[in-house]
Write a protein that binds this ligand. Sequence first.
Ligand code: AMP
Length: 610
Amino acid sequence: MASEGNIAPAIGIDLGTTYSCVAVWQNNRVEIIPNDQGNRITPSCVAFTEDGRLLGDAAKNQIDMNPTNTVFAVKRLIGRRFSDSSVQNDVKYWPFKVVAGPSDRPRIVVNYRGVEKQFYAEEISSMVLVKMKEVAETYLATTVKNAIITVPAYFSDSQRQATKNAGVIAGLNVIRIMDEPTAAAIAYGFDKITVDANKKNVLVFYLGGGTFDVSLLSIGHGNFVVRATAGDTHLGGEDFDDRLIDHCVKEFKKKYKKDITQNAKSLRRLRTACERAKRILSSSSRATIEVDCLYDGIDFSTRISQARFEELNKDLFMRCTEQIEECLRGAQIDKTGVDVVVLVGGSTRIPNVQQLVQDFFEGKELFKGIHPDEAVACGAAIYAANLNGQREKDMQNLVLVDVTPLSLGIGIREGFEYMRMVVPKNTPIPTKKYILLVTDHDNQTSARFPIYEGESAETKYNNLLGEFEINGIDPAPKGAVKIDVWFDIDADGILSVSAQVKSTSIKNGIIIKQNGDLTAAEIQTMIEEASRYKAEDEKHKSKISLEDLADKLKSLALDPGRSKSDMKSMKAAAENAIAWLDRNPQADIDEINKRRGQLKTTFPILCEEN
Ligand code: AMP
C-alpha cells in the first residue's frame, strides 16, 4: 500500500496514557492502521528484559511477569517535576521505580540486559512513538517522518514541548502538536461541514486513560474554531483503577492483616484485575475482582457493584462536570447554546459518567457516533493530510483555530510577586502580544523576567516556565527606562518571550522550554541512543529468527521419511547454528543474517516450510 502520488505520507498519532493509535489519510478516506497483532490500538507500554526491549502489546503481555521493568502511563510524568504532588501520588501505585533526576525531573529506573538504566519520560514516550511509526511504515510500505502528535488541550507549555521532543527523539518530523479534543472535533465534523450549512457549537467531552479535556468549538464551512477549553491533565481511567485498587488493598488488610502495597508484582496483578472489573461494570451491575495467590499465597476475591464503584469515584466524576461549567464560562455561552455534545475517550463508556453529562445538559442526547478510542487519531490524520497538501475529492481546506489553555504572564515584585497577565487563557493561537514595562527603582541596571502560566494573581500558585535577565541598562530614575516585551505563541501552543530596552540594542529573550528541560545536546544523545536501541531490537529479532529456523530444522529432521544421513546433517547444522549463537553473543546483525541465509541455502526445505 503506498501513499498519495509523490507526497510523503503524514500520519496522525494519538499518544495516549494507556493506549496509542495511529491513522493516515489515503484513498480518499481516513484509515486506522492496525499493528502487527491486528489491533487498532497499541498499549503505550515499554518493557526491558534480559534479552532486549519490547514495545506495545509484546510489552503489555508480559507485564505481570516483569512488573518492575515494564513501564506504562509515562504521559503522567512528561513535562512534570518529580516533587509534583500528582507524580508522588502516581508512583505510589506503580510497580516500576521513579526517582528524582537533575533539576527535579523524574527518571524511570529499569534493568535492561542486566544493567540498571534510567530514562526520562520523553525517552519512554519516544519508544512508544517509534512503535507507532513502525506500525505505520509496515502498513504504508514506506518510511514515515511527518506526523501530528496529539496532546490534551490542557497540557502546559512544558508538557507540550516535552511531547514534541519525544517525537524528535523517535525520528519524527513533528508537523504539529494538536489538542486531542480539537482532533476529535475534526473526526466528528469533517464529513458534516459540507452538509451542515449552519455553524454549530460542539462540546467535546474527552475522558481517556489519564487525562480529561473539555473543549467548545464552533464548527461550520470547513472552520473549526476552538472558543474555550478546560480540563484536568490528571484525571482519567487510571484514577478510577487506583480507587478500586485502594478499595481492595484496604479490604485485604482488614481481612488478612497484610499490606500488599510493598509487593510490585501483587500490585500489578491487582491493577490488571481492577481494570478488567471496571470495564465489566460499564455493562453489568456487578463484577468480581479475583486474583489467585495475590500475596503470601492468599487468593483474593471480592464482588463489587456498579453503585459501589460510582461511590468510590464520585468526587472524580463530579470534577468532570465542574470543568464543563468552566469551559462554558470561558466560551461565554450558556449550556442551552450547545448544539452537540460529543463523547470521546475510553472512559466515556462508564454509564455514570454519561449520565452525569446528560443530566448536566438537562437530558440532551449525547453524540456517541464516533469511535471513542480512534476519533483523536482520525482527526489528527485528516489534519496532517491537510497540512501536507493532500487535496483529494473529499479533502477540503480546513481552517483550525486553537486556543491557549492557561493564562501567561510576567512576575512583578511589589512586596509579593504577582502575575502581570499578558496572554489570557482561551486566546486564539498563534498569537503575539506586547506589553510595556518600566524600571521599578532608581539607577536600575538590570531587569529580571520570570515567566509564569496559571490563573492565580500570586505567582507562587502558578507554574514558573523560565526566566531571563537584561543587563547593562544605563542608570536613570525609576520609571524612566522603558522595556518592550513580546510574548509569541506558535501554532503548537509553545511560547517564546523577548524583551528590549526601548531605543537601545539591549535585548534578551527566551524560547520557553524550546527544548523542554532537555538541552539540544541531550536530545542529540537521546536520538543516537534511540537508534542504538532500535539496532539492538533488530539484532535480537534476527537472533530469535535464527533460533526458530534451527528449531524448525531439528523438527524437520525427525520426519521418519528422511534418510539417516539427511537426518544427521540437518540435526548437526541446527545444533551448530545454536552453538555459534552461544559462542558469539557479540555477533552483528549482518553475521546473524548471513548464517540464516546459509541455513536456508543448504536446506531449501526451510524456505518451503516458511
Ligand atoms: P483512551 O485513553 O481513550 O484510550 O482510554 C483508555 C481508558 O479507557 C483506560 O483507562 C481504560 O480502562 C478505559 N476504558 C476502556 N474501555 C472501558 C469500559 N468499557 N469501561 C470503562 N473504562 C473503559
